[in-house]
Design a protein around this ligand. Sequence first.
Ligand code: GLC
Length: 594
Amino acid sequence: MSARIDELVEAMTLDEKIGQITQVDRSAITPEEVAEFGIGSILSGGGGNPDPNTPQTWRAMVDAYVDASRRSRLGVPILYGTDAVHGHSNVVGATVFPHNLALGAAGDPELVSRVARATAIETAATGARWAFAPMVAVPQDPRWGRTFECFGQDTDMVAELGAASVAGLQGTGPGIDVLACAKHFVADGGTTWGTTGGAQWVPWWVRAYGSPGWYLDQGDARIDETTLRAVHLPPYQAAVAEGVGSIMASYSSWNGQKVHAHRWLLTDLLKDELGFQGFVVSDYHAIDQVSPDYHDAVVRCLDAGVDMVMVPFDHARFRGTVRAAVEAGDLAVERLDDAVRRILRVKAAMGLLDGTAQPLPEPGVLGAPEHRALARQAAAAGAVLLTDRSGVLPLPADATVLLAGAGADDVGLACGGWTIEWAGGAGPVTPGSTIADGLAEHLGSRLLATGATAEDRGPLDGVTARIGVVVVHEPPYAEGLGDREHLTLEPEQGELVAAVAARVEQVVVVVLSGRPLALGPVIDLSDALVAAWWPGSEAAGIADVLVGAAPFTGTLPLPWPDGDLVSPSPAPGPAQPPRWLPGHGLVAGRSATG
Ligand code: GLC
């Protein structure tokens, strides 16, 4: 195949080489332009969905771009990429698995691999052969809005689960099935609070979300090389050893230097020392942050070792800038050729250059019962029993149970960020089974699902029961939108717990969140406390552990702070001893850690 690749590079015009390293958002290009310019990749960013949003319309959308690329002069097909980070979660009807933090709490590489395999099948069924996953960051400060996308704070565990995810996505046979993308290289989880541009940096497409955000995300990792190598690098060594075909560069900086323009990191360390043979893709709009002079930004990032650029909008400007840089001698054509070769090598490994690529499953496989059953099993495995002071769990078989909390019966709140829309959102956003559905299945008429919420406690009036289950939650978010200085639970949710506690003998609190929260009075109000994280579209799995249909086996994948974090802390991480350490987790009254 290397002879074929050499032939292709030899045959390519300068513009075709430039087209091959160009990745464009589907909203900014037509299939005809893909054919005309020999574009190498198209992506759907978070929420980049066709309307209507169904597996079938997704497949038609992606096929249109792939078919067009085959009509280009040399017929090199595009790679279509999407953030299938917890299932193919952009698509209505897809199985939405628990986010990585829950999988880290489950701590089972085999489970992670099975989840990734099911994700690969559903992603490929829509024609997309590239998942921008797994995220293998090692988060140091839970106030980071991307903590939920991480497996946890133990570097070795992140490395093990990240490699399992790569194996599940890419397949363990010869060749690559769905391309994985370990991200974001490197130390994106080690930034210091307050070192991001903050509100003034936020680009137009985020201001629409109305949040300043960005205090940690995309900030500066002020750490020495020893720490970088010990804490943040091993997951990439494991992913490279597993044969990951793509790696995404991090928006963040290392000691004041943007990673996207950091040659020692992207080339000397990742490609030369680690021996990474695949290609480096930039993040969304990320090269623009490197320099106010776009020509300079393009040259510095490509020279540093970025191979494909997620432009993602003005592809004509990008392509023209690269052409001008080569013609001016600012960018060596050898660097361009190396980038093209890396991309073609991966496409060859996927069988895309010789017609041996895996056949695509049918779109009807999205949301398959066996995938939803796996998601429900994973939701149960990721639940962590933090306290069980009076042995109320598993719920007694003869007790009436009062259920409250907006998250009890809301698929969107159980799925969290990166679900249908970029930052996710409450409501029936996609089919699934909620905690209420699961409890109804197990308890039947013994369940009093009041529908009471923090906003409206009225449905509790006159209702009593022996046991109360209250689901509290953190509203969904994505990336820097989720950077929060105070991880405190909304006071009204604590008031709901108090209102329920006044009506029952024992109260179980379930926390739906992207990270540990400062729960304040809720801890003392609750007889049992369960961290459910963002369990996905089959949150009925949380009901399974509440009733004892599945055992509690989850343990904390990172510390649970004791109260609010002091901020802005001078260094990453909580400023006071945590309430619960990594590894903490009870098994219905006994310690899961022996
Ligand atoms: C986002 C994220 C990255 C994602 C990419 C495409 O900004 O940083 O994780 O894969 O853009 O959506």
